[in-house]
Write a protein that binds this ligand. Sequence first.
Ligand code: SF4
Ligand code: SF4
Length: 441
Amino acid sequence: MSSTVFKGGIHPEYHKELTATMAISVMKPPQKVVIPLNQHIGAPCEPLDSIAVDSEVKKGQKIAESGSFVSAPIHASVSGKVTAIGPYNHPLGRPVEAITIESDGQDQWDEKIKPPGNPEKLTPEDIRKVVREAGIVGLGGATFPAHVKLSPPGDKKIDVVVINGAECEPYLTADHRVMLEKPEKIVFGLKMMMKALNAEKGIIGVEDNKPDAIKVMEQAAAEDDNITVAPLHTKYPQGAEKMLIQVTTGRIVPSGGLPLEVGVVNHNVGTAVAVTDAVREGRPLIERVLTATGSGMTRPSNLLVRVGTLVSEVIELCGGLKENTHKLVIGGPMMGIAQPNPDIPVIKGTSGILALTEEDIYLAESSPCIRCAKCVDSCPVYLMPTSIAQAAEHGLFKRAEKLHAMDCFECGCCAYVCPSKIPLTQLIRIAKAEITKANKR
Ligand code: SF4
Ligand code: SF4
């Protein structure tokens, strides 16, 4: 196994002590859930013909799907009655279609949910079908449908499955707790994914600022000769797909390429648990573990929350926001998305709810570039952030494309280190959106 350290990156203050020792608490099912039809990368879902306002639904019942391969069905996260189908605020910005369900307080499972059979006897195709039907997507935040990653083209041999336990984003500790509390399910889910891909090897990558998780995962994988735990030198953005694959396997995913081109598929620890629940019990993905934290959160916590729960209710459970809260973010501080208000639902990709006070945010006007090249040094994918940002500022999007702007995965390292406080990531994000738009024409 390689101990390679990837190029660039940063060492931000991690603030994980706020929640790292807090066990996952189960949040009571809410009275109302708002379940967006777009919670994943790929085609949004449509409500099933049987679902309309006033329909009675059970917990775990499929309520929406898409005919597209790159998509994942959506399930009711409580039992009750559909009270609305229409646009609702979404963590990604603009409102999207959503199904609102008022709970009947019974929390009754759909009787159709049953174990798909002896997991040991499931074929690779069976596993892919179970994972798809369960609506499992990447729970690290990327929300790529998991069954798609388990279905590589026939000419691509996958020999390694890498499980992401890096959790390199500051503040977040949900994955850390999942590793401490559900290690056996992570290893079992990994084995199912290896079987689906006919992969010989599994690697669980964990940053060395979580020594307890490394120990627990090593114990859980001790019986499996083909699964190893890779302790990783702590550095942001270690959990990004390309970086994690490099440090765990020594393989470099090419510019514009996918991990499967180097024989690797990568999944998050939470995704592995979801695969286990689906394969053993037939359970769809209707809840997830998230970290509600930050200096503005009255009682920081790790919580198991139903998909569709309003963020405002999670915050209320955590004692509310402190008066000096300045910013609310969904996700971590580096790659998360700032929110104007908490009237948005928790979705499958919600790994964190972060409340920051003014003390945590360095508010400064940007000033001209002093050409120090710190942004270039920090970029883990060898880009020239300053040049791309300048091209974006001047509307030169073709030039930004030639500078490989599309390789930017918006980790925020360049903006973090820039002494002139230039919003480099924001400018590059604009360039990427314009390039995508132009290429669709
Ligand atoms: S250019 Fe993109 S990938 Fe590179 S450091 Fe900046 S945000 Fe990260
Ligand atoms: S870090 Fe900021 S000031 Fe330095 S070269 Fe990059 S954009 Fe310019």
